[in-house]
Design a protein around this ligand. Structure first.
Ligand SMILES: [Mg+2]
Length: 424
C-alpha cells in the first residue's frame, strides 16, 4: 500500500482547517459565526455544509406600510433589535395594491434575519413563480431598500460602503422645469441640470402638424436661452408621442442639444426605440417602466438607449440597480436613476449613485422638506455624499402627521379633437 493517499489526505486536512480558520477569522470581523461547532467543516459531508449565521441575530417582526401625500407609500420594516428599515414599495397610482403585495410577502420575512438581502431578494422574486411586473417588483424594491437600510444601520455604515465604497465626492441631481421662469428659479436654488416635457405632447396625435413641432421646439429653445449653454436640459417625451412624431421632434431639437431624450416612445417595442436612437446623436434615455436586469438586457443589446433610468422603487431595488449599472458599463451606457417619488426613493438613488462608476444624474421631486428630520441640500447642482448609516435618513414623524393618507389617481387623458384615449 502506498503512503501517497494518507499524505494527500493529511494535506487536504491541513488546507481544510486553514480554510476554515480563514473563513472564521473573516466572518468574525463582520459579526458572523459558524452555525455548527467550533470547526464548521469538521462535521461536514462536504464544504457546502458551512452555513454562516449572525452572532447577534436580528429578526424581522413586522412590515408596516402607510400612504403619504401626495402619492407615496412608505414602508417600515421593524426588527426585534429596534432597528427600523425604510423603503418605498410603490407603483404610482396603485398604493393600496402595493401595500397588499407587501403584506402578502410579510409572512416569508417575519422571523428572518433582514441582513441576508440578496437571499431574500431571490426568494421573494423567484418563489413568486409569476415573476416581475410593476406591482410585485415595486413591492420587492421597497422591501429591498428597507433591508439595506437595516443592514447599514446594524453595521454603522452607509449602504454605499457595502457596495464597494464611494466612487465620487458628491452627487449631481436635476430639477423639473417647464417654463423659463421656473428654470431660472431652479437655477437660483443651485441646480445646474434640469428636465422638461414636450409642450402639448399628449395632443400631438399620430402625425403632428408643423405648428406642433415648431411650438414644442420653441418651448425647449426658450429654456436653453434662459439658462445658457452651461446648463444641461433633458426632455421627457414620456412615451406619449407616436414614433412618427418622435422622429420629427428629435430632429428639430438637435440644434439645442438636449441633455437626453427620455422615453421618445413607449418601451414595449424596443426595436422602435432602437431605430430612433440610431437616427440621432442626442443620447436616448429610458428605464422608468423597465424592471430588473432582465428588462434592461434587451435595451442594451439593441442599443435602444445609452442612458438607463432604473427606478429603484420599481426596478428591483438598490442592488438590482447596481447590477443594471454593471451591465450598462459594459455598453458604455450611463445611469440616471428615475425618481418622481419621495425622500426614501431619493436616498436609495443617492446610495447607488455614490457607488457606481457610470452615474450621470439623479432625478428628484423633493429633497425631503416636511418628510425628513434633515432634508437633503443642493449646492452647485450636487448633494453632498451622505454619511449616516443605512440610507442615511430619518423620518420626521411630526411633520408627516398631516400628510398621512391620500387617494391619488392616474390622470385620465383624451385627445381633444376626438375624445380617444392618449397616454399621459
Ligand atoms: Mg419619464
Amino acid at each position: 500500500m502506498s503512503t501517497r493517499p494518507s499524505h494527500t489526505a493529511s494535506r487536504r486536512k491541513f488546507f481544510r482547517h486553514a480554510f476554515a480558520s480563514a473563513l472564521l477569522g473573516a466572518a468574525g470581523a463582520y459579526g458572523l459565526q459558524a452555525s455548527e461547532s467550533e470547526t464548521p467543516l469538521s462535521k461536514s459531508s462536504g464544504p457546502f455544509s458551512y452555513r454562516p449565521v449572525y452572532k447577534d441575530p436580528i429578526k424581522i417582526t413586522k412590515l408596516e406600510t402607510f400612504k403619504v401625500k401626495p402619492r407615496f407609500l412608505f414602508l417600515k420594516v421593524h426588527t426585534d433589535q429596534g432597528i427600523v428599515g425604510l423603503g418605498e414599495p410603490i407603483t404610482e397610482g396603485r398604493a393600496d395594491t402595493c401595500a397588499t403585495a407587501v403584506q402578502e410577502i410579510a409572512p416569508y420575512l417575519v422571523g428572518k434575519d433582514p441582513r441576508r438581502v440578496m437571499h431574500h431578494w431571490q426568494a421573494i422574486y423567484r418563489h413568486a413563480f409569476y415573476r416581475g411586473g410593476p406591482i410585485l417588483t415595486s413591492a420587492l424594491s421597497g422591501i429591498e431598500q428597507a433591508l439595506w437600510d437595516i443592514k447599514g444601520k446594524a453595521l454603522g455604515v452607509p449602504v454605499y460602503e457595502l457596495l464597494g465604497g464611494p466612487t465620487r465626492d458628491r452627487i449631481r441631481v436635476y430639477a423639473h422645469a417647464r417654463t423659463p421662469e421656473a428654470i431660472k428659479q431652479a437655477r437660483a436654488r443651485g441646480y445646474t441640470a434640469f428636465k422638461t416635457g414636450v409642450k402639448n405632447g399628449r395632443q400631438s396625435g399620430v402625425v403632428a402638424n408643423a405648428r406642433f413641432i415648431e411650438e414644442a421646439t420653441e418651448a425647449f429653445a426658450a429654456l436653453r436661452e434662459a439658462v445658457g449653454k452651461d446648463a444641461d436640459i433633458g426632455i421627457d417625451f414620456h412615451g406619449a408621442i407616436s414614433p412618427q412624431n418622435a422622429a420629427l421632434l428629435i430632429h428639430a431639437l438637435e440644434p439645442y442639444q438636449p441633455y437626453f431624450i427620455e422615453e421618445p416612445v413607449n418601451c414595449q417595442n424596443v426595436d422602435v426605440m432602437a431605430e430612433l436612437a440610431k437616427e440621432t446623436h442626442i443620447p436616448i434615455a429610458t428605464g422608468e417602466r423597465i424592471f430588473t436586469k432582465w428588462g434592461f438586457r434587451e435595451i442594451l443589446e439593441k442599443g435602444a438607449a445609452s442612458i438607463l433610468q432604473p427606478d429603484l422603487c420599481h426596478a428591483g431595488g438598490i442592488f438590482e440597480g447596481r447590477i443594471i449599472a454593471g451591465m450598462a458599463e459594459a455598453y458604455y451606457a450611463a445611469i440616471a436613476p428615475h425618481n418622481p417619488l419621495g425622500p426614501i426613493s431619493l436616498a436609495s438613488g443617492l446610495q447607488l449613485a455614490a457607488s457606481i462608476p457610470n452615474f450621470l444624474c439623479q432625478e428628484q421631486v423633493t429633497l425631503g422638506e416636511g418628510y425628513l428630520k434633515e432634508p437633503f441640500e443642493v449646492e452647485d447642482g450636487h448633494i453632498p455624499l451622505p454619511t449616516k448609516p443605512g440610507l442615511g435618513i430619518e423620518l420626521d414623524e411630526e411633520a408627516l402627521a398631516d400628510k398621512l393618507g391620500h387617494d391619488w389617481r392616474n390622470p385620465e387623458t383624451y385627445l381633444e379633437s376626438d375624445g380617444s384615449v392618449v397616454d399621459w
